[in-house]
Design a protein around this ligand. Structure first.
Ligand code: MLT
Length: 265
């Protein structure tokens, strides 16, 4: 019996011009990019991609490897006949951007690394992921959302934007548990990318929320110091999901960065 396996990543594709490809955070999906899709597609071609096993990629089996996810992203670019993209990754999306750049540097016009870090997991962090896998498999979404929300959203959002807290909680609940487990496995297995930073030969914008606890501004500055062509935007009153917490400031940083790329192909 032949079984058709869908290997094309589910995605949105809106607008024309320079292609921007957005990679989402854990344990979320591509809908987290709605404020960017809405605004930036007026001036560029905006693609948002769901990692396997959720959202528009729900029919694909989860893939517990960032490297393999990078291969799928490249296959999508091939299918869409897009030679190069501005790759935008937030947190886990940033880890995925490192994996993609390591393998396909010639397909990257520029990078945006938001609220992410280059270091691999410490042994303690890996043990924490193993524990979270057990929790997800035995207790479901509730405890995962409870554990992640204080990390994902900053102090200001928690104090002033209950609707955003609810929106992110609902997003976490809509990601199937096997996809959450595959993210944890993929992140735990990722290599250190610190040595990759000085080899990144494309303009790179680092965005970080000043209230980001998991990937704090100090880590962002350290990354910028190692990059050959860095730009850094620190967003005020934003935590880890800076694109959702301060969408106007995030979009403005993106627009300014895209302005500096004019004429590059
Ligand atoms: C994310 O937002 O993608 C996660 O916080 C990343 C991580 O757990 O390292």
């Amino acid at each position: 019996m032949l079984i058709a396996v869908n290997t094309t990543l589910g995605h949105t594709d809106r607008g024309t011009g320079t292609p921007l490809l957005f990679l989402h955070a854990f344990p979320l999906h591509a809908e987290m990019w709605t404020p960017q899709l809405t605004v930036l597609s007026a001036l560029a071609r905006v693609l948002t991609v769901d990692a396997p096993g959720r959202g528009r990629s729900a029919s694909m089996s989860p893939v517990p490897s960032l490297d393999e996810r990078a291969v799928r992203i490249c296959a999508l670019l091939d299918l869409l006949k897009i030679p190069k993209v501005v790759l935008v990754g937030l947190s886990m999306g940033g880890y995925n951007a490192f994996a993609f750049y390591r393998r396909f540097p010639e397909r990257v016009l520029a990078l945006v690394l938001a609220d992410t870090r280059a270091q691999a997991d410490t042994p303690e962090a890996r043990a924490g992921r193993t524990a979270m896998i057990r929790t997800a498999e035995t207790q479901g979404h509730g405890p995962i959302a409870d554990a992640m929300l204080p990390k994902l959203l900053g102090k200001t959002a928690h104090e002033t934007r209950p609707e955003l807290v609810q929106q992110v909680r609902a997003m976490i609940h809509s990601v199937p548990i096997p996809a959450i487990v595959s993210d944890l496995q993929a992140m735990a297995a990722r290599p250190d990318s610190t040595d990759l930073l000085p080899t990144i030969r494309v303009p790179t914008l680092i965005i970080v929320g000043d209230e980001d606890v998991p990937s704090p501004p100090a880590d962002a500055r350290e990354m910028a110091d190692r990059l050959p062509q860095p730009q850094l935007a620190v967003l005020t009153h934003a935590g880890h999901l800076s694109n959702l917490e301060q969408p106007e400031a995030f979009n403005q940083a993106m627009k300014d960065f895209l302005g500096t790329l004019k004429g590059r192909t």
